[in-house]
Design a protein around this ligand. Structure first.
Ligand code: PRP
Length: 185
């Protein structure tokens, strides 16, 4: 693939395309083993999880199912308010289902904490989380993430689903955004 991007927009690549693929192979193998013989529903959280969902789901047996939610935090104007609003709900009924939430990143943990509570209240047989990235230094709530790709520093990162101003989601890697892009250098 010949993606076009300017490396000057980033100060550092923190997770390469190859590292992502290798780690997803490992996580997918673990998930296949853990859910052997069970029907699994992957729940992706729009929009950031689109890339990791596509790549993780293709490492699952073809019986795996996908559904999507879109949520938005509101209150103080930041995504870390802890108050979450559903913009698009699941199509699936979760009663008796084994559910795995698929996220690109856990930052403060507010979104996942709320989602776990919400989905667990719907009668699922189990609800677990797979997150490609986690920022331990940013966490403000304790969330049990069963499958984690990479723990990363508390920098402004973009790529592989993560955006700045809706841009850079399509990068094949995860990179630290150069402050010049958002006007601070
Ligand atoms: C990002 C990410 C998580 C959430 C994590 O989504 O995809 O859903 O933030 O942050 P938290 O741990 O502090 O709650 P965002 O709200 O940026 O929307 P997007 O996925 O559409 O980019």
């Amino acid at each position: 693939m010949n993606a076009q991007f300017d490396m000057n927009d980033f100060t550092e690549i923190i997770v390469s395309e190859k590292q992502i693929a290798t780690r997803l192979d490992e996580i997918a193998a673990q998930i296949r083993e853990d859910y052997q013989g069970e029907e699994l529903l992957l729940v992706g959280v729009l929009k950031g999880a689109v890339m990791v969902m596509a790549d993780l789901a293709r490492r699952m047996p073809p019986q795996v199912q996908m559904d999507w939610m879109a949520v938005s935090s509101y209150g103080s104007g930041t995504r870390s308010s802890g108050v979450v609003r559903i913009l698009k709900d699941l199509d699936a009924d979760l009663t008796g289902r084994h559910v795995l939430i698929v996220e690109d990143i856990m930052d403060t943990g507010m979104t996942l904490s709320w989602l776990l509570g919400n989905l667990r209240s719907r009668g699922a047989a189990s609800v677990e989380v797979a997150a490609l990235l986690r920022k331990p230094d940013a966490a403000s709530v304790d969330v049990d993430v069963k499958y984690v790709g990479f723990d990363i520093p508390n920098d402004f990162v973009v790529g592989y689903g993560l955006d700045f101003d809706e841009k850079y989601r399509t990068l094949p890697f995860v990179a630290v955004l150069n402050p010049k892009v958002y006007g601070e250098a």
